[in-house]
Design a protein around this ligand. Structure first.
Ligand code: AP5
Length: 182
């Protein structure tokens, strides 16, 4: 059974929610760069201080900082994993390819969650995280379209994209995901 996944999709598509379900089901390490960065902010570390204002604007935190976090986690982990919210641009995707080559752990599936902007906005506004106000959500969506969406073509070329409609309840989406990954 596959045990190395990326979850890709716009803010609010349900990456974190579905990643948690699949990781629990398969006993994988769930690595969410957003969660890790929020934990640094919460703990008041130097890294958190650097990330906080960038996250509040909905921009991307520096590649070097995020890469260092992911690298350390993957190097110290033995077993399957699921990356959620990383990579976020082509530079991160290329750095990840290099790291995974070093580790001899190729990605098996890139799950792409697709959802209309109107539903994304509704989901995020009703969650109400610090970066979930309308102006910041719109910026996060713009950053996604400009910097992250090009990764779809990058991974499609490698034959890894598994596209999933993210509308409907959590269980329905989880069922669709499990039917496209083996
Ligand atoms: P990150 O934490 O990754 O946020 P995001 O991509 O904007 O994604 P969200 O967490 O908002 O949405 P999601 O798709 O995970 O959906 P979720 O399951 O939560 O990143 C935050 C910030 O950190 C970035 O803006 C950036 O600054 C920084 N950052 C992170 N990674 C970075 C990187 N690699 N490089 C640089 N910077 C980085 O669901 C959303 C809501 O919908 C929840 O309330 C959930 O309960 C609900 N929901 C989920 N599924 C359903 C469903 N089927 N039906 C109804 N409601 C649902």
């Amino acid at each position: 059974m596959s045990d190395r996944f990326l979850f890709l999709g716009p803010p609010g598509a349900g990456k974190g929610t579905q990643a948690q379900v699949l990781a629990a089901d398969r006993g994988l390490l769930h690595l969410s760069t957003g969660e890790l960065l929020r934990a640094e902010v919460q703990a008041g570390t130097e890294l958190g201080a650097e990330a906080q204002s960038v996250m509040a604007r909905g921009e991307l935190v520096s590649d070097a900082l995020v890469l260092a976090i992911v690298r350390a986690r993957l190097l110290s982990h033995d077993g399957g994993w699921l990356l959620d919210g990383f990579p976020r641009n082509l530079a991160q995707a290329e750095a990840l390819s290099q790291l995974l080559q070093e580790l001899n752990q190729p990605i098996e599936h890139v799950v792409l969650l697709q959802l209309d902007d109107g539903i994304l906005l509704q989901r995020l506004l009703s969650r109400g995280r610090d970066d979930d106000n309308e102006a910041v959500i719109r910026n996060r969506l713009e950053v996604y379209r400009e910097q992250t969406e090009p990764l779809i073509a990058f991974y499609r070329q490698l034959g890894l994209i598994r596209e999933v409609e993210a509308e409907g309840d959590v269980q329905a989406v989880a069922g669709r995901i499990s039917s496209v990954v083996s």
